[in-house]
Design a protein around this ligand. Structure first.
Ligand SMILES: Cc1cc2nc3c(=O)[nH]c(=O)nc-3n(C[C@H](O)[C@H](O)[C@H](O)COP(=O)(O)OP(=O)(O)OC[C@H]3O[C@@H](n4cnc5c(N)ncnc54)[C@H](O)[C@@H]3O)c2cc1C
Length: 486
């Protein structure tokens, strides 16, 4: 099947009888549920966009020639990466970067896995079967144009004991075997996009300790309606029954996050990518190049959101003619984050390299620091928007107030902006900003940016352990160390 339309995506969601829980109910149809339908239709729009902007978003499947989304590309040149960049940017703009896990996130992830053959083959090629399953699966999601959620993190129950896997029955693990596959039990976090996914993917986030039982070393993918798969959504951050003037973002872009429970779930053998092999599990998580590959998608998404935040700050300052030194400085801080992020993406693309087998991934060096930096910049971005917006964020009449015959002349008289800005435009700007930073979705989005690639603490630790170039730094020091005379 070639790349889908929005209607086909929504039909696919309705076709699967998944166990999605939200609030006090099991959701019957995610496309019509009041707290989910806004995001379902925004994601449908993402599928429509790929048809409308086919020259940017689609490419021919290398084997069948059918149109598939460009995010499934296994890049083979810098030009390929630039082509993919245009498609990813188009998708990110449709949600101004607010939906972090639009399907292109997992598409690029699996394209990276499929391009990173040696890692998934494992030491001495011992994971050939899992590797072949993964290659087939990557083709399947590209050709069926599936939407995936994923969980790569073990739940936190006890920070002291969680790493003692031998005595910890909570993390997802294998409990049995059938003629068709394996039985798994346990839990994982945190399945963003779960209500809007066709399939869920499980793969390693961090290495397992050497003494962990091999039953915890698993990677696979399953349809969302597989018996025993249960998704517990967090409380909705969607604004229900509203309009896009009052709540332009929270009425459309709550992508949801769900705790995932596997209640004795059968995973068919052909869907298993790692089956109880810690060496393979941990080697996949080494300093492999696919991290840099997915960072292209997610940093383009984050850049779009940073640019949106900067644009919001500019419009808020304009609305009240705020040229104060403090605001000018904060605007400069925002544009700094924007340009450093943009530079990291461009540099990683320009310095992309052939890994030796014709697959060209972005250079990871500018990308890995972004994992930690975006997590600490975003809370500051939110703070700057609050400081620039100030009380004006809370003095923005609703669409109904603006439409009221008695109120409207008073609002025009008393709530307009500077330099002739009309009250309606001013209200629209501040309502948009408040929905971005002050709504339930605004709070969730800060937690997202802090954690979605792992906490800043963990990503910085990773950088020290796996990615940093220590040699040139220590060589400088050594060059200045005076030798004692013999
Ligand atoms: C809004 C939101 C959306 C998210 N969406 C997704 C998603 O779609 N898919 C997904 O998989 N996750 C998702 N996450 C989860 C995210 O990956 C975790 O929240 C993140 O890793 C931070 O977890 P933590 O606070 O436990 O941080 P950390 O302290 O960084 O710990 C992360 C995990 O690593 C373990 N850990 C920490 N240090 C080590 C170490 N040295 N060695 C081995 N293990 C270690 C911890 O026990 C924990 O399980 C999301 C999180 C949020 C907040």
């Amino acid at each position: 099947m070639p790349a889908r339309s929005g209607d086909q995506f929504l039909k696919g969601l309705r076709a699967r009888n998944r166990e999605i829980w939200l609030g006090d109910e099991r959701v019957d149809d995610v496309t019509t549920h009041p707290q989910l339908e806004g995001a379902a239709h925004s994601l449908a729009r993402v599928f429509d966009i790929q048809q409308e902007f086919a020259d940017e978003c689609l490419m021919p499947d290398p084997e069948t020639g059918e149109a598939i989304n460009v995010s499934h590309m296994i890049p083979r040149s810098v030009d390929d990466l630039k082509r993919r960049h245009r498609g990813l940017r188009r998708i990110a703009e449709s949600t101004v970067g607010l939906m972090g896990r639009t399907p292109d996130y997992m598409n690029v992830t699996f394209a990276g896995f499929a391009g990173e053959r040696t890692a998934w083959l494992g030491p001495e090629g011992k994971n050939e079967e899992g590797h072949d399953n993964l290659i087939n699966y990557q083709k399947l999601i590209a050709r069926e144009d599936l939407s995936l959620t994923h969980t790569i993190v073990h739940p936190t129950m006890d920070r002291v004991k969680d790493q003692s896997f031998a005595t910890n029955p909570v993390p997802l693990h294998k409990v049995g075997e059938t003629s068709n596959g394996i039985i798994v039990r346990g839990a994982r976090i945190l399945a963003t996009l779960a209500p809007f996914a066709d399939e869920t993917a499980i793969y390693p986030g961090l290495p397992l300790p050497a003494d962990a039982p091999s039953t915890y070393a698993l990677s696979f993918a399953l349809p969302m309606d597989t018996p025993g798969l249960i998704f517990l959504c967090r409380d909705s951050a969607a604004t229900v029954g509203s309009n896009t003037f009052d709540h332009p973002l929270s009425s459309r872009f709550d992508e949801q996050d769900a705790y995932t429970i596997f209640d004795d779930v059968e995973v068919p053998y052909e869907r298993i990518f790692i089956n109880g092999d810690i060496d393979v599990y941990n080697s996949v998580m080494g300093p492999t190049a696919w991290w840099a590959n997915i960072m292209q998608q997610t940093t383009i998404r984050a850049l779009t959101k940073l640019e949106f935040a900067y644009g919001l700050a500019l419009r808020m300052a304009e609305a009240v003619n705020d040229n104060s030194p403090g605001t000018i400085e904060m605007l400069g801080e925002l544009s700094t984050y924007v340009e450093v992020t943009r530079s990291a993406i461009l540099l990683s693309e320009e310095h992309a390299y052939d890994r030796g087998d014709g697959v060209v991934f972005p250079d990871g060096r500018p990308m890995h620091p972004m994992r930690a930096m975006l997590a600490v910049w975003y809370p500051r971005v939110r703070e700057i928007l609050m400081l620039i917006g100030s009380h004006n964020l809370l003095a923005a009449p609703s669409r109904a107030m603006l439409g009221d015959a008695r109120l409207r002349p008073l609002i025009d008289e008393f709530m307009h902006g500077a330099n002739g800005m009309e009250a309606e435009r001013r209200a629209g700007i501040y309502r948009l900003a408040w929905d971005f930073i002050g709504s339930g979705l605004g709070s969730r989005n800060e937690l997202y940016e802090r954690n979605y690639l792992g906490s800043a603490k963990t990503t910085r630790t990773h950088h020290t352990m796996l990615y940093s170039d220590r040699d040139s730094a220590t060589a400088l020091v050594d060059s200045m160390l005076t030798k004692l005379p013999d």
